[in-house]
Design a protein around this ligand. Structure first.
Ligand SMILES: C[S@@+](CC[C@H](N)C(=O)[O-])C[C@H]1O[C@@H](n2cnc3c(N)ncnc32)[C@H](O)[C@@H]1O
Length: 263
């Protein structure tokens, strides 16, 4: 079944825009959470929980654990609270997250790519694990995919350069980098990379997908007219880079990097 786009345009995190592709976006968290080896999980937290889709998977995998979630977006936290009323969610920033207690599972699915300085962040998160606890991270590994490259190219073109030519996503690193970074702090590190191929309803749906995530830093700096014009230009490039199959479906390749570090 192909996923169709909603008709929302937003430069801020929007639970509605994000959940338009919830099934596809939740598949990696299922794969990630299934690989967590920790036993007797009593306390688990979801960092950058979004609308609660990843928290839901976490809570189902560890039904006896006290699960909490946090996100810096109020819209996302509101959606998460509505979806999972029995779970405690708070609006808070991962950058300053420093709870007094330790956790048996720390999950960060598709959130840490928004933060800089992974060199200090990842070990800091690992230090919040109990012995035998797991830090489970998934980050999109797609900065060199056409969807990101074209956003950078359009933003750097003469029409847009002054407004958004300098937008940069925080750096992401290789599997070897994260393995070497975490290994001194934990007993075991499992790293793998998967490319999903999401069947979407044409180029417009590809654009809608990235309006809910990768395009946000560009859109946040544009007014409504500019947003629409930027998206139109981007859509033209996307249609060339992601040709449709005979039935109109575009298979969106989406590489993702997974890490499970056990203390
Ligand atoms: C792509 S969504 C992932 C949502 C969910 N975890 C999932 O698996 O689908 C990224 C989330 O990270 C949140 N986020 C980004 N930067 C953050 C930060 N510094 N602190 C907390 N949350 C952050 C965003 O608000 C957004 O809800």
């Amino acid at each position: 079944m192909t996923a169709s786009p909603p008709d929302a345009t937003s430069g801020d995190w929007s639970a509605k825009q994000y959940t338009a592709f919830e099934n596809e976006r939740t598949r990696p968290v299922r794969d990630l959470v299934a690989a967590i080896p920790s036993k007797n999980v009593r306390r688990a937290v979801d960092l950058g929980c979004g609308p609660g889709n990843s928290t839901d998977v976490l809570a189902q995998r560890f039904p006896d654990a006290a699960v909490t979630g946090m996100d810096s977006s109020e819209d996302m936290v509101m959606a998460a609270r509505k979806r999972l009323p029995r779970i405690g969610f708070e609006v808070s920033d991962i950058e300053s997250w420093n709870p007094p207690q330790t956790f048996d599972v720390i999950l960060a699915n598709a959130s840490l790519q928004w933060l800089p300085d992974h060199a200090s962040l990842y070990p800091r998160l690992a230090s919040k694990l109990t012995a035998g606890g797991s830090l489970a991270i998934q980050t999109p590994d797609n900065l060199e995919e056409p969807a990101h490259k074209l956003a950078r190219e359009v933003a750097a073109s003469s029409r847009w350069a002054a407004k958004i030519g300098d937008v940069k996503h925080p750096a992401r690193h290789s599997a070897a980098y994260y393995y070497a970074l975490l290994r001194p702090h934990v007993a075991q590190v499992d790293v793998w990379r998967t490319t999903y191929f999401h069947p979407l309803a044409g180029a417009a749906a590809v654009v809608e997908w990235f309006k809910g995530s990768a395009l946000l830093p560009y859109l946040a700096r544009l007014d409504a007219n500019d947003k629409a014009a930027f998206i139109e230009q981007y859509k033209g490039e996307i249609a060339k880079a992601y040709p449709a199959l005979d039935d109109g479906t575009v298979l969106l390749p989406f590489p993702r990097l997974f890490i499970v570090a056990v203390r």
